[in-house]
Ligand binder design. Structure first.
Ligand code: PMP
Length: 352
């Protein structure tokens, strides 16, 4: 029997997710902002020594050990940390938990694409203020009445970082709305809004192990906030559903947090390669906004971005390109190893 049209209209649906192309053979993969280096060495050890008999048992639904490690690392209480299966999961949980007003939530028109996906899936009204002509967030646009705010800092795909004063202005103007600062790329950028947690009870900061900690495949993300908001997130999360982290990820996550020296060295290497890559791109005539993430959002005034994207792909170099208004002449290039970036520049020198 055909499903009635009216019924179909009421079923939650969103545009299907089109995954970024996954290469089938060895390529220079600079298209999904992953980290080119291995996770902390202790992660491998944990995996090797793992007692698989433990898998008979359910994981700790409170993720107590990982929550404790993160709390120690940031100098906050355990009741201020919520962990989930990647920051996608954590942010999705925040949308479900906090964004339920009749007023639209606000996020930039050019930003992380999943905000729109969740807003539509959960039927949350939303409004997307335009970035200015330099791709910067206009903070005054976020002073309008709203049902909540989310923006990444640094923003993606622009890689532009706003300082704490900017974030604080938005927090001050929105005492009655939840403001989520998505800090997926903060480790490559500057000061985190976590410094403001005790000052603003409407602030949630989310971060991830997928970028600076090289563990995108493990799916670990977290939110830091005040105990009241963290309690709400835990109330919404069920015990053993897909939002619960598995034992392996919990154990590896603890190990990664504890190796501060390895983490700092990894970030230093990527930032150093990024600064060198910016110089090389400039020499080739590319222009890009001030870049503070592990990727560069660049355009060449004389080269069509889509054609360049295709040419790179044919030469086994994967970057990201969008056929979208305002950004269709830009490429987003993840910072890989120095060798990977050199391969990219060798190709660009022959092409441009
Ligand atoms: N926020 C931003 C801005 C991102 O770019 C991404 C992923 N690339 C995420 C959140 C989600 O990351 P993850 O789920 O891997 O933690």
């Amino acid at each position: 029997m055909a499903v009635r049209e009216e019924l179909l209209r009421n079923i939650r649906s969103v545009e299907p997710y089109v995954p970024g192309e996954q290469p089938q053979h060895k390529v220079v993969k600079l298209n999904t902002n992953e980290n080119p280096y291995s996770p902390a060495p202790g992660v491998e050890r944990v995996l090797k020594e793992m007692d698989t008999d433990r898998f008979r048992l359910y994981p700790d639904p409170t993720a107590d050990e990982l929550v404790g490690s993160l709390a120690d690392y940031y100098g906050v209480g355990k009741d201020q940390v919520f962990v989930g299966v990647g920051s996608d999961d954590v942010i999705s949980m925040c949308f479900l938990t906090f964004f339920n007003s009749d007023f639209p939530i606000l996020f930039p028109d050019i930003t992380y694409s999943f905000y729109k996906v969740w807003a539509e899936l959960y039927r949350i009204p939303y409004h997307c203020p335009e970035l200015d002509e330099n791709f910067k967030i206009v903070k005054e646009d976020y002073y309008a009445e709203n049902g909540g705010i989310i923006f990444p800092n640094p923003n993606a795909p622009t890689a532009i970082y706003e300082d704490l004063e900017f974030v604080e202005d938005i927090l001050k103007q929105n005492r009655n709305s939840i403001v989520i600062v998505d800090e997926a790329y903060i480790d490559f950028a500057g000061r985190s809004a976590m410094e403001l947690i005790d000052k603003y009870d409407n602030l949630i900061v989310t971060q991830t192990f997928s970028k600076a900690r090289s563990m995108a495949g493990m799916r670990i993300g977290y939110a830091i906030s005040n105990p009241d908001l963290i309690r709400c997130l835990n109330d919404v999360k069920y015990s053993f559903n897909s939002y619960t982290m598995n034992q392996t990820a919990l154990a590896c996550g603890v190990e990664a947090v504890e190796d501060k020296a390895y983490f700092e060295e990894g970030v230093r290497k990527i930032v150093e390669t990024r600064e060198w890559a910016k110089e090389e791109l400039r020499k080739l005539g590319f222009v890009f906004p001030d870049t503070k993430a592990n990727f560069i959002f660049a355009r060449h005034p004389e080269v069509d971005a889509n054609e360049l994207f295709q040419a790179l792909k044919e030469n086994n170099i994967f970057v990201r390109h969008w056929n979208a208004p305002r950004i269709d002449q830009y490429l987003r290039i993840t910072i890989g190893t120095r060798e990977e970036m050199a391969t990219l520049f060798d190709f660009l020198r022959t092409y441009i």
